[in-house]
Design a protein around this ligand. Structure first.
Ligand code: ZN
Length: 448
């Protein structure tokens, strides 16, 4: 199975435009950790992949947490008493602090200010604020917009509901030959924020489309969940399934112009960590590998000590480190078609490594086999003869049953795709035989 090869037959610019268009379609929806915004988002993903929706009722205990009340919002504004709206949710859903309780009252500006949030350093940007676990209300607006508010009374209205309901999440399962699983997880709870949220959703959806119908070694599970509480809820409901996860990626912030960052799993040397580092080292863009830390996205939950799953996090810009983070400047201009396509390509290359990484036995281990006699001492694929022969010799030399193809790729410095292709060719010529794959190479599935 060669996902990357299939992807590379298509035009990256076109794929990038499609990814961006999908993010743009999802952009206007006011999402939150619960409610109809999440359902509408999942329904739009459902138009593309076989996604199953799950609803967990408010009050359900999930480990140390409880599924919260469901939040929905229809409208919100600040208006001059009896006058026109000066802050309008219909213009931008970031204007309302996410999870604000309903309010409809009139108050002087001095009192209203206690409920207003701005970013003085970026006076034209609207901040993104939430208050999931502490009831309150607030408005977010550009600092300049706040400075322009004149003294006097304002009508304040948040037409929201916060009541018993459900937490909704979506799951797409693609069965493979093994029940061992690869997890792809992204949070889908942010309103109109493009990089931190929609880039991950779009890339994960397209990756699922790419894998659908393929003959897969692993089974793949794609999760579209509210951040933190969604991962906790899923893990609480799926302990047995979690034990089958051999490799996983949290995808987020994969559309901005920066180079890649991969944050390792808590294990630090899991196959996914090595596969990601290898692919990024050969992807042609700048890339940095970060050690695990217990703060970040949902890898925090997957890598909590009770699960300790081999789940890393793939990003371009790191959360919290770019000025646009959690502001209205994280918009559709901030994410770029080519960067989205590049991120999808990296994901496909990582999947290719996981799918094809196995050990082989050199069937002719005493001295080099005579390649010329087998017509293997010539280029097969337009690469330089020296390059291809070098790759074949690496594979032959290290295929002693101990080294996996990823080991060989790391040690030789050659890309996994070339190593894997050489192994295939050598097998066809009777010089190698594959050692039957058991589970993940050098991994400890579940890790409980
Ligand atoms: Zn965020």
């Amino acid at each position: 199975m060669a996902v990357l090869k299939e992807l590379d037959q298509r035009d990256a610019a076109t794929i990038g435009e499609e990814l961006h268009r999908f993010a743009a379609d999802l952009y206007p929806i006011c999402r939150s950790i619960t409610g109809d915004g999440m359902r509408r988002t999942l329904a739009m993903i459902q138009d593309r992949i076989a996604l199953q929706m799950f609803e967990e009722p408010t009050g359900t205990p999930v480990f140390d947490w409880t599924v919260p009340k469901e939040w929905n919002i229809r409208d919100a504004y600040i208006a001059r008493s009896g006058g026109k709206r000066v802050v309008d949710f219909q213009q931008c859903n970031l204007h309302v602090m996410n999870y604000s309780v309903p309010v409809h009252t009139t108050m002087p500006l001095s009192e209203l200010r206690l409920h207003l949030f701005t970013i003085p350093e970026h006076p034209d940007w609207i901040p993104y604020r939430t208050s999931y676990y502490k009831e309150g209300w607030g408005f977010c607006l550009a600092h300049n917009q706040m400075l322009a508010l004149e003294d006097g009374n304002y009508e304040v209205c948040i037409d929201s509901t916060l009541k018993d309901g459900h937490l909704t999440y979506g799951e797409c399962y693609l069965p493979g030959r093994s029940t061992d699983e690869v997890l792809i997880s992204c949070h889908a709870c942010h309103p109109s924020l493009a990089n931190d949220n929609l880039s991950g959703l779009a890339v994960a959806t397209f990756l699922a489309q790419l894998l659908f119908g393929q003959d897969l070694r692993y089974s793949y599970r794609f999760l579209f969940i509210p951040g933190t509480i969604g991962a906790i809820t899923w893990l609480a409901r799926n302990c047995e399934t979690a034990a089958r996860i051999c490799h996983g990626l949290v995808l987020t912030c994969v559309g901005d112009p920066a180079g890649f960052h991969y944050k390792k799993s808590r294990r630090g040397n899991a196959e996914i960590d090595r596969a990601a580092a290898h692919v990024l080292g050969h992807c042609g863009e700048s890339a940095e590998i970060l050690e695990f830390s217990p703060y970040g996205y949902d890898e925090r939950q997957y890598c909590s000590p009770g699960f300790n799953l081999a789940v890393g996090c793939l990003m371009r810009s790191v959360w919290g480190s770019f000025p646009e983070y959690h502001t209205s400047a994280d918009n559709l201009d901030f994410i770029r078609p080519l960067q989205l396509a590049g991120s999808l390509r990296v994901c496909a290359a990582i999947v290719d490594v996981l799918e094809n990484n196995r050990r082989y036995c050199n069937l002719n281990p005493c001295c080099e086999p005579q390649l010329g006699r087998r017509n293997l001492y010539r280029s097969n694929d337009g690469d330089t003869i020296g390059g291809e022969i070098n790759t074949r010799l690496w594979v032959l030399n290290l295929s002693d049953g101990e080294h996996s193809l990823l080991d060989i790729a790391e040690r030789s410095g050659l890309p996994f795709s070339a190593i894997s292709k050489a192994a295939e060719l050598l097998c066809e010529n009777g010089l190698l035989s594959a050692i039957p794959a058991t589970t993940a190479e050098g991994n400890n599935p579940g890790g409980r």
